[in-house]
Design a protein around this ligand. Structure first.
Ligand SMILES: *[C@@H]1O[C@H](CO)[C@@H](O)[C@H](O)[C@H]1NC(C)=O
Ligand SMILES: *[C@@H]1O[C@H](CO)[C@@H](O)[C@H](O)[C@H]1NC(C)=O
Ligand SMILES: *[C@@H]1O[C@H](CO)[C@@H](O)[C@H](O)[C@H]1NC(C)=O
Length: 209
């Protein structure tokens, strides 16, 4: 029993990392395959300028078909707290926006069950909406899943790296004008040189004759 382990260990020791990773991946694969066929996919974090609409994207994969029994709950965990409030629910093809004050009259359904998409939009986002959004999907009988977590940052409108149209247009115009000027100067210099040569040649020939 100990004899086969000996040479194995000696061989494995130098490149332990090479076989460790596939092994870990396989173990992880077995673990997740055993616990869940329903997988929820969300972005990890998003940035939304205050006063604008934020889209909370959430999609899922499931072996079972979607239908009336498919449901999603969206919860909110404000920044710096560990309390979670469910503020939106979708089931039986119905939208239940709830009446949790921070989200009242701001939520609209942006999902499409045929595409296994359960996203929502939030209008007029403010700094109180900073926090973590949790997308919890059930697609019976496929109900075991890790909910998706999105860390959402509401930022000052100016902070977002947006380039106003006039800046882009201005820059492009400046570059184009600059290039034209440069080309003009180059052409002018070239032309002048050619002309001065010709003048010189002409002058020489005129003095000769
Ligand atoms: C965004 O926040 C700033 C700072 O609080 C505020 O002055 C501005 O009015 C807000 N913009 C919108 C559209 O809510
Ligand atoms: C759900 O999917 C599993 C795995 O594909 C399948 O065995 C089961 O029959 C499906 N159930 C329904 C109700 O579609
Ligand atoms: C919201 O997040 C922004 C950006 O991370 C931060 O500057 C701001 O202080 C936060 N506001 C609140 C009320 O948590």
């Amino acid at each position: 029993m100990a004899a086969p382990a000996g040479p194995g260990a000696v061989v494995a020791a130098p490149d332990r990392r090479r076989w460790l990773w596939p092994l870990l991946a396989a173990a992880l694969g077995l673990l997740t395959a055993g616990t869940s066929a329903l997988e929820v996919h969300t972005p990890k974090e998003i940035f939304v300028a205050n006063g604008t609409q934020g889209k909370l994207t959430c999609r899922f994969t499931s072996a079972n078909t979607t239908g009336a029994s498919t449901s999603v709950s969206w919860s909110f965990q404000p920044e710096g707290t560990d309390t979670m409030v469910s503020f939106f629910h979708y089931s039986q093809g119905q939208v239940y926006p709830g009446n949790y004050p921070p989200f009242k009259d701001r939520i609209s359904w942006a999902g499409d069950l045929d595409k296994k998409d359960v996203s929502i939009n939030i209008e007029n986002m403010q700094f109180i909406h900073n926090g973590t959004y949790i997308c919890d999907v059930k697609n019976p009988p496929d109900i075991v899943a890790q909910p998706g977590h999105i860390r959402l940052y509401v930022v000052q409108r100016e902070v977002l790296p947006v380039f106003p149209v006039w800046v882009v247009v201005g820059t492009v115009t400046a570059v184009v004008v600059g290039l034209i000027l440069l080309a003009g100067i180059v052409l002018a210099v070239f032309h002048r040189r050619k002309n001065s040569k010709r003048d010189y040649a002409g002058a020489r020939s005129s003095t000769r004759s």
